[in-house]
Design a binder for this molecule. Structure first.
Ligand code: G3I
Length: 379
């Protein structure tokens, strides 16, 4: 494990503090309004980079870390508060949906680059890096493609050519504007097997190596990622990813990063930060960089002070694991306000997964993340 002794010493002291101190602070006064006013970011976060800039992005800069968020483009267009906070708080952005194949090419041969281009322009205007998500997935593929494969009209050779074209067209379109690409998303299932998708059935396992090679040919400078959920700790699933990376490297496939989505739930408990760091470190030892790409911590509704404190611990477990891993370069949340979240639509009676509530007020998780970024020496 590559965690330096000094860093480990400093952080374990911090961990002890955080695991006893922070909650203690809140436990003493479980009165949200009082707490929030102490924790709320200073109003001066509008101008970036100045010493008054206490945004998460600014605080993370001292750790050589980018703090990002998934961006809902409809909300960005319609909600000024959301837009302002997306601009001021974060140093990286990911398209929540508009860079996915179904959104980019709803009709065969006709690309809808507009919304994604808007996000790239917004990021550039706010000094943010763009994490591209995602070139290939088993969800959100265009209907013309899925129906073509199911009906047999699109045969494997044509499917492979379509995938190659999609990757070249997309990566070339955003060449020089995107920092990372999730090349393949969620290709290993929770039983640690290659996920049974039509990509695997029609093209065989080589579709993964091919996708990385094509993306690299299209833009040799962009960092190429594997990305998945339930990969925070050392499990059969992350063992399978570890073997996959080694296998790809033996084939000289250009894979540069491992994306830990980080979709957590208070009802499941969390991996200790040191376990998360140990898992991240082994991928770093293979020469990969690491990013937390989609962190959120949902809870069974309604919320209460205990669930909110547990949520804070959940975010901090991932962030501390990342900070303990020198090659962890980005910590991105999958949305930052409960006003816009995928969770209630996917998990009945669950929600409140984000750092800010539906009124953009700081929750204990937001303050816990800020405290962790303020602690510790610069990496
Ligand atoms: O764009 C269509 C719109 O045309 C249509 O009118 C509308 C009504 O059905 O649906 C819109 O598509 C929705 C899309 O989000 C864009 O808003 C889909 O129904 C909806 O299922 C889709 O949900 C997204 C989900 O991925 C799809 O699986 C979530 O917003 C997004 O947060 C979620 O993100 C994934 C990551 O990509 C990968 N990791 C897990 C993460 C959470 O599931």
């Amino acid at each position: 494990m590559k965690v330096t002794r000094a860093a480990a010493g400093v952080l374990s002291a911090a961990l002890i503090l955080l695991s006893t101190g922070a909650t203690g602070a809140t436990a003493a006064a479980p009165d949200e309004t009082a707490k929030t006013s102490i924790g709320a970011p200073a109003a001066t976060t509008t101008h970036r980079g100045g010493s008054a800039d206490q945004s998460l992005g600014a605080l993370a800069r001292r750790h050589n870390l980018r703090i990002g968020t998934a961006v809902d483009m409809n909300a960005l267009a319609a909600d000024q508060t959301y837009r302002d906070r997306t601009a001021s708080e974060f140093s990286a952005v990911t398209a929540e949906n508009v860079m996915k194949w179904a959104e980019l090419e709803p009709e065969r041969g006709t690309y809808n680059w507009g919304p994604a281009d808007e996000l790239v322009a917004f990021a550039r205007a706010n000094g943010q890096r763009v994490h591209g998500h995602t070139l290939l997935w088993h969800n959100q593929q265009p209907t013309w493609l899925t129906q073509g494969v199911e009906s047999g009209d699109i045969e494997p050779a044509e499917l492979r050519a379509l995938l190659r074209k999609h990757i070249f067209d997309t990566v070339r379109h955003f060449k020089g504007k995107v920092w990372h690409w999730d090349v393949v998303n969620e290709v290993i299932d929770d039983n640690a097997n290659l996920r049974d998708t039509f990509w695997l059935r029609e093209l065989g396992p080589s579709y993964i190596a091919d996708s990385f090679r094509w993306a690299h040919q299209a833009d040799p400078k962009v960092k190429l990622y594997l990305n998945d959920y339930n990969v925070e700790g050392i499990t059969a699933k992350t063992d399978a990813y570890y073997e996959l990376v080694k296998d790809l490297q033996e084939q000289r496939v250009p894979v540069h990063g491992f994306g830990v989505q980080g979709h957590l739930g208070t009802q499941y408990g969390f991996w200790p930060a040191l376990n998360v760091a140990e898992n991240m470190a082994r991928f770093a030892d293979l020469g990969l960089e690491i990013s937390v790409t989609e962190a959120d911590v949902r809870m069974p509704m309604p919320t209460d002070v205990y669930k909110l404190q547990s949520q804070a611990q959940g975010y901090n477990t991932l962030l501390q694991g990342c900070l303990l891993t020198p090659r962890c370069v980005m910590f991105t949340v999958w949305g930052f306000t409960d006003k816009y979240s995928w969770v209630p639509g996917f998990f009945t009676d669950e929600g409140a997964a984000n750092l800010l509530d539906e009124n953009f007020a700081a929750k204990p998780a937001y303050d816990a993340v800020r405290a962790t970024l303020l602690l510790g020496r610069a990496r």
